[in-house]
Design a binder for this molecule. Structure first.
Ligand SMILES: C[C@H](O)CC(=O)SCCNC(=O)CCNC(=O)[C@H](O)C(C)(C)COP(=O)(O)OP(=O)(O)OC[C@H]1O[C@@H](n2cnc3c(N)ncnc32)[C@H](O)[C@@H]1OP(=O)(O)O
Ligand SMILES: NC(=O)c1ccc[n+]([C@@H]2O[C@H](COP(=O)([O-])OP(=O)(O)OC[C@H]3O[C@@H](n4cnc5c(N)ncnc54)[C@H](O)[C@@H]3O)[C@@H](O)[C@H]2O)c1
Length: 309
């Protein structure tokens, strides 16, 4: 924020100026997605603070980021491993951690929220941050399924609020869905597009509709696979192999559900079912519900549809 003050930020009209403004990024939620978003933002020269509810969680997030960076470096610097190690250390230096979101956002240009998929929890968080963040700060949610307008409604910055939907694993997946809610200003939307490009991602523009583009197609597909299995029409292994070898998907639907997290998948489908109970594509799945009730949330807990090492 070298040359942009709070006073003159309102007069900024070009997206180039807004692009220059996003230097400091606060990522809230250090789980699967938040850690990945922090990693990619730090790798592309942004100053990042990663926030979660406890130091223990943040330690785990940082360890995960380091491991992922090492995988990236191993390929990127295959010929010169010492440059790879320097890259890892340089990126890690761009990331600090905190358990105090309210004080961190006082000096940030962009907040990317990646906490649990629950409307009330997200609204409470953004409501508190809105009072602390500077006027120019843009808020974005990485929600998989909730309307951006509903999340933004707990703030007084509807024009500076949009969606930035990343894909798991963030360091590998090139797409970012950039969501323009009805009140999102064109300037904010452009700044989010530019930020996505600055991360080396390919942005697509989305309306604020359930599941945006990818999840509106992907989540019903994954749930249809579970229903097919529940009806006894295929083993999960055969369904996974069929979709990989017959449709060219990198993971089968059960592998992908475990990868995404069964809790997150259940939050998505339950929310849509509540809003549109007659839509068979959004019907809950007894098997998914059972696994979540047992704490089998997928890869992140070591077991979901499959056991993971
Ligand atoms: C629900 C939400 O709202 C939306 C979503 O996110 S939906 C989910 C979207 N994501 C997908 O569909 C993912 C589908 N799966 C894939 O694309 C691929 O399986 C995959 C990229 C995850 C992994 O690739 P794959 O070849 O199957 O496995 P793997 O051999 O482990 O990985 C290949 C390389 O990818 C890289 N890689 C994978 N995960 C990585 C990570 N987290 N960090 C860094 N590098 C990684 C590594 O370079 C790895 O090589 P390495 O083994 O030498 O380290
Ligand atoms: N898992 C995916 O594949 C995926 C992909 C795209 C988007 N998303 C979305 O991203 C968000 C996060 O998903 P995830 O898979 O990373 O979840 P996760 O369970 O891996 O991580 C969520 C993290 O948020 C933290 N948290 C919860 N409440 C918090 C608060 N008030 N303040 C700070 N931290 C808090 C938790 O401690 C946890 O570490 C959800 O909205 C989800 O729908 C998930």
């Amino acid at each position: 924020m070298a040359f942009i003050t709070r006073q003159n930020i309102r007069s900024l009209s070009s997206s180039a100026a807004l692009r220059a403004a996003i230097k400091h990024v606060t990522v809230i939620g250090g789980g699967l997605m938040g850690a990945g978003i922090a990693q990619v933002a730090a790798s592309t020269g942004h100053s990042v603070v990663l926030v979660d509810t406890s130091e223990d969680i943040l330690k785990k997030s940082t360890k995960g980021i380091e491991a992922s960076l090492k995988r990236v470096a191993k390929k990127k610097f295959a010929e010169k491993p010492e440059d790879g190690e320097a890259f890892v250390q340089k990126v890690l230096k761009n990331i600090s951690t905190s358990t105090d979101a309210v004080s961190v956002v006082q000096g940030t240009d962009l907040v990317v929220e990646a906490i649990v998929e629950n409307l009330k929890v997200k609204q409470d968080l953004f409501g508190a941050l809105d009072k602390a963040a500077p006027e120019h700060t843009i808020f974005a949610s990485n929600t998989s399924s909730l309307p951006i307008a509903d999340i933004a409604s707990s703030t007084a910055r509807l024009d500076r609020f949009g969606g930035l939907h990343f894909f798991n694993p963030v360091p590998m997946m090139k797409l970012v869905e950039v969501i323009k809610a009805p009140a999102t200003s064109q300037q904010t939307f452009d700044a989010l597009l530019e930020f996505s490009k600055a991360l080396g991602k390919h942005p697509v523009s989305c309306k604020d509709t359930p599941g945006f583009i990818v999840n509106r197609l992907l989540v019903p597909y994954m749930l249809e696979a579970v229903r097919l299995h529940e009806r006894g029409h295929g083993s999960k292994e055969d369904i996974d192999v069929a979709m990989k070898l017959g449709a060219g998907y990198p993971m089968g639907p059960f592998e992908l559900l475990d990868y995404v997290g069964l809790d997150t998948s259940k939050f998505i489908i339950d929310g849509w079912h509540e809003k549109d109970p007659d839509n068979p594509l959004f019907a809950p799945s007894p098997l998914l519900n059972k696994l979540v009730a047992e704490g089998k949330l997928g890869k992140k807990t070591g077991e979901g549809f499959y056991k993971h090492k």
